[in-house]
Design a protein around this ligand. Structure first.
Ligand code: FAD
Ligand code: FES
Length: 508
């Protein structure tokens, strides 16, 4: 399936003016807290801690706002598909209510920060976010979500109207939700943080953290840094002190944006069925764009990823009549097996090392709530959601059916790569654009010939825990099916948990 041309970049990355940060750089500033990762979770945590009087440094492997936050649909909402009913099923009603309380607080904090700091981030509120059933068999899921949301006390209404140009069988409205430009919002937070005396170190990947009785030390390629507390806000955490890896999954999702003809019926909506179609609109550079996100799959499990954009475009064309496509992009998101993020101290006995991950596709309010919770934990303040989100529950809760299934799958991926392994072959035979994992001189080799004819060959063994990477043709990257690490054709880390590159393979 081919798809009409559009630019391979997210609309937010394309329209982000560079933030005015002033001097930043690698220096050991004797900080109270080191925050690793400068997405919405890391930057919000850093700013909230600074506002509470602590000295904070942010360490970012790539660029400020360089990762998932900038590839999101960016609905700022606490209407999260059918998550309240799923959480109630897995953890009980109180956990669903605590999840709601945290996300409502995260929503309020975003509005308050935007207002207090006067951030020009195109924030619009007043829109409903609508979870709809298109098919009769999806109605029960939407009604079940409505029942839990009503019992929690969330402002919802159930009907049959959705902001989509086709009929639906049921529609749950979360009223008065919002959306914004994530880059402009993060730039506003980062500018306030740096002007308040904080430092953001860009281009430095954290590789290890040691936690001692009075402080933590972070090892990076540029040297060591120390602080009383360390917050790992790197999306997928690069350390697993509390057994989180065995209870997390990593998925990739795809996004497209197209010019929406005037008068179209469109707003923030998501279907309850499958495949996912999450929609919203945005005015960018004087044009109204329709954004459609969906077509998710486990990272590293699909090679022909370009097809995913084609399917989204076809759906948008059929349903909305759009033909003028502007952007396409993809990104990764993590989930926990019980759908509640892991937030808090990283391991039993840990009281200086914290992490936040597993936002299940809803990281605007969850990431902000995580920042509020981690601030409270560091300041030893009470927080009523702490127990529900406790990242250490991974270690203590009993393995369920999904835990066994998930870890059997990872075990199989690992074993498959060792028993038999990839076929023998010669990378020299690859045509421009081709990629393959081959056994070359006994080594598992990930080889790609780029469109200019140059051959790139690296070890196919993921530097995280040794699974074999697979090719992602849409993003031209090597993706790991075990925990979602991603590497470019020269082996450089694009996404953790891996912190070290794939080693270069010499050919011939
Ligand atoms: C397609 C898609 C659509 C989505 N739509 C929505 C939506 O509509 N609403 C919503 O609420 N959520 C949505 N989400 C989820 C949301 O975007 C994410 O949960 C959120 O952006 C995660 O923020 P983060 O700060 O945790 O991660 P990131 O933004 O990825 O930030 C993590 C940072 O850590 C850095 N880093 C990684 N490793 C290291 C290291 N070792 N050392 C130092 N730095 C490191 C990375 O470079 C990165 O900058 C969506 C997600 C996807 C994939
Ligand atoms: S991401 Fe864990 S083994 Fe590759």
């Amino acid at each position: 399936m081919s798809f009409p041309a559009s630019r391979h970049i997210s609309p937010w990355v394309d329209t982000l003016p560079p933030p005015e940060l002033g001097p930043t750089g690698f220096r050991d500033d004797a900080s109270d807290v080191l925050v690793l990762g400068a997405g919405i979770t890391g930057i919000t945590t850093a700013l909230l801690l600074q506002r509470a009087g602590l000295k904070v440094t942010v360490v970012e492997a790539r660029r400020l706002a360089g990762s998932v936050t900038m590839h999101s649909t960016v609905k700022v909402t606490y209407g999260h598909g059918t998550l309240y009913s799923k959480i109630e099923q897995k953890r009980g009603f109180d956990a669903a209510a605590a999840y709601a309380e945290a996300n409502v607080a995260g929503f309020g904090e975003i509005l308050a920060l935007e207002r207090d700091l006067n951030i020009d981030c195109m924030l619009e509120r007043g829109h409903p976010h609508v979870i709809y059933a298109e098919q009769p068999e999806e109605v029960e899921a939407v009604e079940a979500e409505a029942r839990v949301a009503e019992r929690i006390g969330l402002p919802v209404t159930l009907g049959q109207e959705a902001p989509v140009p086709f009929e639906v069988a049921a529609a749950l409205h979360f009223t008065d939700q919002a959306h914004f430009h994530p880059g402009r919002y993060l730039a506003g937070l980062a500018e306030a943080f740096v002007h308040g005396g904080g430092n953001i170190i860009e281009g430095v990947r954290a590789r290890e953290v040691s936690e001692e009785s009075h402080h933590c030390t972070v090892g990076t390629a540029a040297g060591k840094l120390a602080a009383a507390h360390v917050v790992v806000a790197t999306h997928y955490p690069f350390l697993d002190r509390g057994g989180q890896f065995s209870r997390m999954t990593a998925r990739r999702s795809y996004g497209i944006a197209a010019v929406l003809p005037g008068g179209s019926n469109a707003g923030m909506a998501i279907n309850a069925g499958s495949p996912t179609r999450s929609t919203r609109t945005v005015m960018l550079d004087g044009e109204e764009l329709l954004i459609v996100v969906g077509e998710g799959h486990g990272v590293g499990h699909v090679s022909e990823t370009g097809q995913r954009w084609a399917r989204l475009q076809q759906w948008a064309q059929e349903r909305y009549g759009v033909t003028d496509f502007r952007y396409h992009w993809s990104a990764e998101e993590t989930s926990t097996l019980d759908h509640v993020p892991f937030v808090g101290f990283a391991a039993p006995g840990s009281n200086r090392l914290l992490l936040a991950t597993g936002f299940d596709g809803w990281g605007m309010t969850n990431g902000t709530a995580a920042a509020m919770l981690m601030r409270d934990l560091i300041l030893e303040r009470d927080n009523s959601w702490a127990a529900t989100f406790d990242a250490r529950r991974a270690e203590t809760s009993l393995p369920g059916k999904e835990f066994v299934k998930h870890n059997l799958h990872i075990g199989k991926m690992w074993l498959k790569d060792r028993v038999g392994g990839p076929p023998n072959g010669s990378p020299e035979e690859l045509e421009p654009g081709d990629a393959a994992v081959l056994k070359v001189d006994g080594e598992q080799t990930a080889a790609h010939r780029d469109e200019n004819g140059a051959l790139h060959a690296v070890s196919a063994v993921c530097t995280h825990m040794g699974c074999t990477v697979g090719w992602n043709d849409g993003e031209k990257s090597w993706d790991c099916p075990c925990h979602g690490s991603r590497f470019n054709p020269d082996g450089e880390v694009l996404h953790g948990p891996a912190t070290a590159p794939l080693s270069k393979q010499s050919l011939g």
